[in-house]
Design a protein around this ligand. Sequence first.
Ligand SMILES: Cc1cc2nc3c(=O)[nH]c(=O)nc-3n(C[C@H](O)[C@H](O)[C@H](O)COP(=O)(O)OP(=O)(O)OC[C@H]3O[C@@H](n4cnc5c(N)ncnc54)[C@H](O)[C@@H]3O)c2cc1C
Length: 276
Amino acid sequence: MRTAVEPLELLEPKTLGTALKMLRTKGPLTPIAGCTDVFVLLNFGTLKATRFLDLSRLGPLRRIRELGDVLSIGAGATYTEIIRSRAVRRRLPMLVAAAREIGGPQIQNRGTLGGNIANGSPAGDSLPVLAAAEAAVVLASTDGDRRVPFTQFYTGYRQSVMRADELIVAVEVPPVEGTQWFRKVGTRAAQAISKIVMAAVRAPTPRIALGSVAPTVVRLPRTETALAGGASVAQAQRVMLDEIKPIDDIRSTAEYRRRVSANLLARFWEQTGARG
Ligand SMILES: Cc1cc2nc3c(=O)[nH]c(=O)nc-3n(C[C@H](O)[C@H](O)[C@H](O)COP(=O)(O)OP(=O)(O)OC[C@H]3O[C@@H](n4cnc5c(N)ncnc54)[C@H](O)[C@@H]3O)c2cc1C
């Protein structure tokens, strides 16, 4: 491992209350859940943190349950747990589709939804799903809980409204009416980071979210309004291409991302048409 030689400190709270107290009184601490992102950073020596808070023993953080008509997915739920959950399969199949394409089985067994959200990569595969589902992020601190609409959670590239003394404890998803659709485009099916990832819902007002085309995951309100107003796919594609501003980077070119985004929009519309 290429990280600093200095000793690393690990705090292992057994309850959420203790974890939140430790964050408030013993910080700064870097939370770790599955550690699949953190370990990569440690290995490359790019993470300067040396003090960590292990969340993996906090059972309640892994709970997936229906609270009234809200689906609550604990931040510590792994992709494997999400794939196996009947409630998620029934209510949010696009999240199951995303979970199946995240890493390989090893990553799916360790990686968590909360880790994907907090890591905040614009290519994070669960993020467009949560944006299209109009989910809320539940943040907890010793002061109590607060709920932030997912589309207001990020403030910039890997920046969010989460404070250093807060943890993501769950994601709450209201009922999603309409046909859900998910597609990830990467170099290969497994273990590849997305070049483009889209989640969408075919409803009277469609909802479309894209990853890897901006510093944060984005919804496409103008494209959604165009489709709701009866625009053709070709017209909606033009609106979309005006709405997104992808960049060239190590994984892809802006031009490729623009073309693939437009193709995915057409595919979404075509494949959900009969049921939409
Ligand atoms: C080989 C490999 C393949 C991968 N493939 C994919 C892929 O296909 N798609 C994809 O989207 N990602 C992929 N990833 C990235 C990673 O697995 C995911 O982002 C995963 O969801 C991270 O979850 P974790 O629990 O391991 O997070 P950790 O590594 O434990 O933490 C990640 C970040 O989140 C913070 N954090 C974790 N939990 C909380 C919490 N409850 N509250 C506040 N902060 C928290 C940590 O402090 C850290 O900053 C891959 C990683 C690897 C190594």
